[in-house]
Design a protein around this ligand. Structure first.
Ligand SMILES: [Zn+2]
Length: 303
């Protein structure tokens, strides 16, 4: 019996079939039709293709960016307005005759890492993505936590406390607020900070590379970034007290985060000896898709 996961973004639908041990059997990719009925039809056809090629499926999971209710309600779906408010879960269940679960893509990322990734088996996992946006998802006892408002784990739009003058002025966030954690910790934030002090442009990975070569401006920008990340994550640790925090997104590739940030959050966490581990994602950009395939795993056991 296979599990099928979808990661649906603004332009592409990615599909993955996993065997019961989490081994990848097949993947598919196609454009997203910009219409509800055609999107439903595309998902149905991709399920049929994968089942024909790899045998019966036990469950279908879909990762979508935005606010997804505990019952799969599509409250707000970023870049896919034609599915908002539509009964995609029940329509797809009816079309394919299988249980369908829909969750926020950051929750799917956290689930993937909690099931068989960098936080495998940990009771409480916070998955944080540091990319263009700063998102997060919570998994407790192997299940994603959507929350009463479908925003559990959305730490990126809290304000960041304890800023220092060297962090520079706050900037407007895509959400309409100013000074959100996202605006201090996304890829642009690191690039902006470096450019402001160094007077030259570089992106996140380039700054990390320059820092590794001993470039003073890059080292300083990275140190300021690590301090801001530690402040933001200390808030998560004090609130949720996760066993593991898994980082994904482009900036999660910066190796020094994993040694430096836990040292920096230590004085900010109320526990005297914080045990929370900070680790990079095992599956990286694939985690949203793998987590989608793992959705519904307790509801539909393989054996
Ligand atoms: Zn914001």
């Amino acid at each position: 019996m296979i599990r099928i996961g979808f990661d649906v973004g603004g332009s592409k639908i990615a599909a993955l079939a996993l065997d019961p041990q989490g081994r990848e059997l097949a993947r598919r990719r196609r454009d997203v039709p910009r219409d509800y009925a055609a999107t439903l039809g595309a998902l149905t056809q991709m399920v049929d293709d994968l089942v024909t090629a790899h045998g019966a499926a036990v469950s279908i999971g879909i990762a979508l960016p935005g606010m997804i209710g505990a019952g799969g309600e599509l409250i707000r779906v970023v870049n896919l307005p034609w599915v908002e408010g539509r009964p995609l879960r029940s329509d797809l269940e009816q079309a394919v005759g299988l249980p369908v679960t829909i969750a926020n893509d950051a929750n799917c990322f956290a689930l993937s890492e909690a099931v068989d990734g960098a936080a495998a088996g940990a009771p409480v996992v916070f998955g944080a993505t540091l990319g263009t946006g700063v998102g997060g998802g919570i998994v407790v006892a192997g299940q994603p936590l959507p929350g009463a408002n479908a925003i559990a784990g959305e730490w990126g739009h809290n304000p960041l406390p304890l800023l220092a003058p060297e962090d520079g002025p706050p900037v407007a966030c895509a959400c309409g607020r100013t000074g959100c954690i996202e605006t201090w910790l996304n890829g642009r934030a690191l690039a902006r900070d470096f450019a402001r002090v160094a007077g030259r442009a570089a992106d996140g990975p380039e700054i990390a590379g320059l820092a590794a070569q001993g470039d003073g401006a890059a080292l300083a920008a990275l140190a300021r970034y690590q301090r801001r990340l530690a402040i933001a994550l200390a808030g998560v640790v004090n609130l949720l007290d996760p066993d593991v925090i898994v980082l994904g997104g482009g900036l999660s590739a910066i190796a020094s985060l994993y040694s430096e940030v836990p040292k920096l959050w230590r004085p900010l966490v109320v526990a005297p000896e914080p045990k929370t581990r900070l680790v990079p994602a095992r599956f990286g950009a694939e985690s949203g898709l793998r987590g989608a395939a793992w959705l519904g795993r307790s509801a539909a056991p393989d054996s």
